[in-house]
Design a binder for this molecule. Sequence first.
Ligand SMILES: Cc1cc2nc3c(=O)[nH]c(=O)nc-3n(C[C@H](O)[C@H](O)[C@H](O)COP(=O)(O)O)c2cc1C
Length: 381
Amino acid sequence: MKRLRHDVNVAVSLVLLVAAAAAILTGIIADLWDLTGFVYHTYAGYVMAILAVAHVALNWTRLARYLRFRLMRPATPRLPSRARSPVSTPAPSRRPSAGRNAPGMLHALYTRRGFLGALAGLSAGAALGRSSLRARPDIPFGTDLGVAYHQWSKPGMRDLFGAVANWGAQPPLYKTYPDAPRIILPPLEDRPGPGLEEAIRKRRSVRTYTDDPLTLAELSRLLFYTGGINAERFGVKLRAAPSAGALYPIETYLAVHRVSDLRSGVYHYSVADHTLALLREGDMRSAAVRQGLMQEFLGACHLVVYFTVILQRLRWRYQERSYRYALLEAGHLAQNLYLVATSLGMGVCAVGAFLDDEVNAMLGVDGENEAAVYMLAVGKT
Ligand SMILES: Cc1cc2nc3c(=O)[nH]c(=O)nc-3n(C[C@H](O)[C@H](O)[C@H](O)COP(=O)(O)O)c2cc1C
């Protein structure tokens, strides 16, 4: 019975140490990454509290004896150690009896001094980790938010803990609108255009357009070569523009002004099956002009392309670097759009200055989980 009690005591002490270490480590992770929904350190704390109570209960007699000795000791001058003993037993038997049989390491851990030493070691480790896991970015006072974000999102040792930290689940790769009317885009015709080098040379930002309507076949080609699925590797469908981890955070929407066989309105491009979903019918020309801070060409063009970002598609894996990747990827798509439009005899003008809230409202996205990052006018020249 005594042996069992001793074994339980050792086990409780060891698990208590592990729980304490887990609480410290997960606490640091939650703090470093500002993880508001992170609960592992809370659980570790609960386990630690329960074990601490068990530890006190198991050692109550010794604890009470020690407290009695500390609190009720008469204030007498220091005596030789044997004389100061609170109990009448000889000095060697004051040591925990089981400790004499335990292996050296275990013994060192479950004695009071060993436990406090381990705790001090853990705290020192935590303090060290706090200062070196995340190299503190040097952000001078008055720096703009972009620079602060750039410094903050530099990778470091802390990325090793990426697997432990919970940055949420991976959302679906494709956005769908099952109830929206669907427009099947025509299959691509063989149509030799100018070579790539010529398209790069001819590419300019174009702000004036002809009155001829754009055809559905041209739109189909434009969308496919901008961001369509064009390959498959190891079961992963790959697209025209590169994407970090093939996670494809960008969604494409259109405000169609003048495309033959297509009603004016707002559409979502479904990359999975190369179709369009009609989200809202209507003349969007004045809305587009207003969104782009009264730049008139946004109403004169044939259509406006909008790129949005679903950040969680990257965040679960790339954490704080996700926003960088999202903007880089929007840039890749936009350049494809510029070049394929040039090769089809069209012109594009990128627009970075737009009223985010108005664009997000028109597209029906919340601006947080999914937000517009780029707007581009496209028209025939
Ligand atoms: C991120 C970004 C934002 C832009 N925003 C606008 C804009 O709001 N209005 C505009 O007329 N052109 C805009 N442009 C187009 C630039 O003015 C154009 O690329 C630049 O003058 C160089 O001309 P080029 O594209 O013909 O070579 C933007 C371009 C980029 C890359």
